[in-house]
Design a protein around this ligand. Structure first.
Ligand code: C2E
Ligand code: CA
Ligand code: CA
Ligand code: CA
Length: 279
């Protein structure tokens, strides 16, 4: 390594080797993984804080890797966003979700709540993404308003005009749109100004860090009140304790999602849950 004195990037560590190894395995296995059904859907319910009814659920992907076992999305989503594979995965997950919902409807399950799917900023870059999503929903005879698209706040920090158009088009088509990880970036507040989404999801790290102090609670409270003024539904994610849930309820936060209420679960378990849950 030449000319890199003091540059930590040039420093070799065995950890880097392991990372490279992991990345390689993930890249080599991804296409086959998709073909063989190794990517599976989980769902995590969201609850209305006013009456604790289930108001929706989020689809979260898991990878049952043949060699490495169960992989969390944190291990492969960032890599897939780099190498572009996320496009295929997002489209697959969206379609698999629609297919599942159609099955449930055909089986006579009536109280299916609104289901949200994460769509990466990379996938939103597809030329006809909104048309594609509409076509998939139609293929499975689903009303678009039974589906929600979660777009991360980070997406809005770049190429904003194009993204705003996409959000508007999604909404015109009937989909709900939420801004995920709100509060995780640098421009959260300015994003609210001309962002046409229906729902704001307060980032779990932002929430847990901010909740720690009285000042922090006031910040959360004003984010909630401001969202109300703007007619946005507000969802708090990563709720792990009763105290957090009660505090958010007293601030009139609409919806909460987190381990305190329910963890992400396999589809079968979720289906059982909605069969016995009132809405
Ligand atoms: P996210 O969209 O912010 O999803 C919420 C994450 O928080 C999920 O992690 C969920 O399991 C976790 N979580 C929920 N409640 C709690 C809690 O009370 N405490 C804590 N500590 N965590 C909680 P997960 O499933 O590991 O997913 C991580 C991220 O991967 C997601 O964050 C999302 O950005 C991404 N992701 C997952 N599935 C997909 C997908 O199909 N497509 C795309 N593009 N991204 C996905
Ligand atoms: Ca999400
Ligand atoms: Ca989030
Ligand atoms: Ca997140």
């Amino acid at each position: 390594v030449k000319g890199k004195v003091g540059n930590p990037i040039a420093e070799y560590t065995p950890e880097m080797d392991r990372n490279m190894e992991l990345k390689k395995k993930i890249t080599i296995g991804m296409e086959a993984g998709l073909l063989h059904g190794e990517f599976v859907l989980c769902m995590q319910p969201k609850y209305s804080l006013s009456d604790e009814s289930m108001s929706g659920a989020e689809v979260l992907v898991r990878w049952h890797h043949p060699e490495m076992g169960l992989l969390s999305p944190m291990m492969f989503i960032p890599l897939f966003e780099e190498n572009g594979f996320i496009e295929k995965l997002d489209m697959y997950i969206f379609e698999a979700t629609c297919q599942e919902l159609q099955k449930w409807k055909r089986a006579g399950i009536l109280n299916i709540p609104r289901i949200s799917v994460n769509i990466s900023r990379v996938t939103l870059g597809r030329k006809n993404i909104v048309k594609e999503l509409i076509a998939i929903a139609e293929r499975y005879n689903l009303e678009t308003d039974s589906l929600e698209v979660e777009i991360t706040e980070g997406t809005l920090e770049r190429s904003t005009e194009r993204i705003i158009k996409i959000i508007n088009d999604l909404k015109s088509a009937g989909f709900y749109v939420s801004i995920d990880d709100f509060g995780s970036g640098y421009s959260s507040l300015s994003i609210l100004k001309d962002m046409p989404a229906d729902i704001i999801k307060i980032d779990k790290e932002f929430l847990s860090e901010t909740f720690d102090s009285q000042k922090g609670k006031k910040i959360i409270n004003s984010v909630i009140q401001m969202s109300k003024e703007l007619n946005l539904e507000i969802v708090a994610e990563g709720i792990e304790t009763k105290e957090q849930a009660e505090s958010l309820k007293s601030m009139n936060c609409d919806v909460a999602q987190g381990y305190y209420f329910a963890k992400p679960m396999p589809l079968e378990a979720f289906k059982k849950l909605i069969k016995i849950t009132r809405q």
